[in-house]
Design a binder for this molecule. Structure first.
Ligand SMILES: Cc1ncc(COP(=O)(O)O)c(C=O)c1O
Length: 403
C-alpha cells in the first residue's frame, strides 16, 4: 500500500500523531506491530542484495524493523533532525553516541548536574578507553568555555537537569561548540520536543530516554538519538554491531505514547507549576528547584527556550527540630500515601524519589555534594492525578516534618 505524502510544516501536535506512517496491505489505521526477529526473501539473490545494501528492505530486527523505523521517523520529525536511531534504553543511546563518535584521547565537557548513571559511564567506562570528561556547572557559560581543550569533541548536557532542574543555555553552548568544532549533545528527556527543540536552537544531537515522557505511562524502556545523517550513520553502524536495539513492541507502545505527547506535557507542566508555587510557601520546605518559579535563577531562560516548564522539580526539607538531613527527607517521603516511591519519572503517576540514595547513589560523595545532591533533597515528578489529591498527599509529608 502506498503512503499519502504528509503536508509540509506540520505542528508538533500533528507530527506526534501523523509522522512515521506505517501503511500495510491490510490497511490498518493504527500502526502495525511487526513483532518478528527476521524477514524473509524471495530468493537467495534478494537476500544477498539486502545484506550487501544494494536493495533497500528489512533484514533483521537488531537493525531494521518497520515498527521501530516508524518510531524513529516520528521522533526525527518532532525534533527537526535528519534521522533518528532507536535504542533499548536511554543509557544505551548515550553510550552509543559517545562510543560511536569518540576515539581514545578525545575529551568531553559535560554539565555536573546530570542523571547519575551518565556520571558512572564517564568515570568507570569511558575513562577506561582513554576518553576523559571535565564536569562544569551547567549554568556557568564561562566554565564551559574554560573547560574546552583542543581535544574536546563533545559538549553534553541535560536541560532541565536531573534532579535539580538547572538549565543550560542551548544557543550559547551551541555557539561555543561550533567555535571549537565540537558537537553539542542535549539530553531532552525532561522537556521532550513538545516543550523544547534543541536542534532549532543549534544543538547537533538530541538524546532521549523514551522510557520517560515519550512513553508517558511508565510501561517500556527505550532510548533514541536524533541528528544529522553523518553522525547518525556512525551511531546506526554501532547499533547494528553492538545490538542494544529497541524492541518492536516497545516502539509500538512509544508510537501510541507520542500521540498524546503535547497534551500530556502541557498538563504535566500546569500541575507542576501549581504544586511548586504552593510548596514554596509551606513550612519545612527550604527551597524548591523548579524553573517555572520566578525564584529560579534561570526562570527567564526557561521562558525563552522552553514552551512550558515541565513536570520535574526538587525541594529540600528541614524538620521542626531544625534537621535538614536524610532522615527528614525519608520521613517526608514515607508519610505520602498516594504518590509512588520510585526512581522513574515521566509517568501519569506522580513519583517521589530521594536522589542521594537512589538515582545518584553511585555518584562519589564529593561529586554529589558539588552537584547539590544533598541528603535532604527530594525529587518530585508531577503526574496527572487531581491537583488537590496531590497537594493533600504532600501535606502529609509536611506534617511528618513536625509542622
Ligand atoms: C535525564 C535522563 N537521561 C537518561 C536516562 C537514562 O534512561 P534509561 O533509564 O531509559 O536508560 C535517565 C533515566 O532516568 C534520565 O533521567
Amino acid at each position: 500500500m502506498t503512503k499519502r505524502r504528509l503536508p509540509d510544516d506540520l505542528s508538533v501536535e500533528t507530527l506526534s500523531i501523523r509522522a512515521g506512517q506505517l501503511p500495510t496491505d491490510e490497511q490498518s489505521h493504527s500502526e502495525a506491530l511487526f513483532l518478528t526477529s527476521s524477514f524473509v526473501y524471495q530468493n537467495a539473490a534478494q537476500a544477498a542484495a539486502r545484506f550487501g545494501g544494494e536493495e533497500p528492505g528489512n533484514i533483521y530486527s537488531r537493525f531494521s524493523n518497520p515498527t521501530v523505523r516508524a518510531f524513529e521517523t516520528r521522533l526525527a520529525a518532532l525534533e527537526g533532525g535528519e534521522r533518528c536511531v532507536a535504542f533499548a534504553s536511554g543509557m544505551a543511546a548515550i553510550t552509543a553516541t559517545f562510543l560511536a563518535l569518540l576515539q581514545p584521547g578525545d575529551h568531553i565537557v559535560s554539565s555536573r548536574s546530570l542523571f547519575g548513571t551518565t556520571n558512572v559511564l564517564y568515570d568507570k567506562y569511558l575513562r577506561k578507553f582513554g576518553i576523559n570528561t571535565t564536569l562544569v556547572d551547567l549554568a556557568d557559560i564561562d566554565a564551559w568555555r574554560a573547560a574546552i581543550t583542543p581535544a574536546t569533541r563533545i559538549l553534553f548536557l541535560e536541560t532541565p537537569s536531573n534532579p535539580l532542574a538547572e538549565l543550560g543555555d542551548i544557543a550559547a553552548l551551541a555557539a561555543l561548540a561550533k567555535a571549537q568544532g565540537a558537537l553539542l549533545v542535549v539530553d531532552n528527556c525532561f522537556c521532550t520536543p513538545a516543550l523544547q527543540k534543541p536542534i532549532e536552537l543549534g544543538a547537533d544531537i538530541v538524546i532521549h530516554s523514551a522510557t520517560k515522557y515519550l512513553d508517558g505511562q511508565g510501561r517500556c524502556l527505550g532510548g533514541a538519538v536524533v541528528g544529522r545523517e553523518q553522525e547518525m550513520n556512525e551511531i546506526y553502524g554501532f547499533l547494528r554491531t553492538t545490538g542494544a536495539s529497541m524492541s518492536p513492541f516497545n516502539a509500538w507502545v512509544f508510537l501510541k505514547g507520542l500521540e498524546t505527547l503535547s497534551l500530556r506535557m502541557k498538563a504535566h507542566s500546569e500541575q507542576a507549576l501549581a504544586l511548586a508555587t504552593w510548596l514554596e510557601a509551606q513550612p519545612g520546605i527550604e527551597r524548591v528547584h523548579y524553573c517555572g518559579l520566578p525564584s529560579h535563577p534561570q526562570h527567564a531562560l526557561a521562558g525563552r527556550q522552553q514552551l512550558a516548564y515541565g513536570a520535574v522539580m526538587a525541594f529540600t526539607v528541614r524538620d521542626s527540630d531544625g534537621h535538614a538531613d536524610r532522615q527528614a527527607a525519608w520521613r517526608f517521603i514515607d508519610a505520602t500515601q498516594l504518590v509512588s516511591i520510585t526512581a522513574n519519572l515521566g509517568d501519569t503517576k506522580t513519583t517521589i524519589t530521594h536522589p542521594a540514595s537512589t538515582t545518584h547513589g553511585r555518584v562519589p560523595p564529593e561529586e554529589k555534594q558539588s552537584a547539590g545532591i544533598h541528603e535532604n533533597l527530594i525529587r518530585l515528578a508531577v503526574g496527572l492525578e487531581g491537583l488537590e489529591d496531590l497537594r493533600a498527599d504532600l501535606q502529609r509529608g509536611i506534617v511528618a516534618l513536625g509542622y
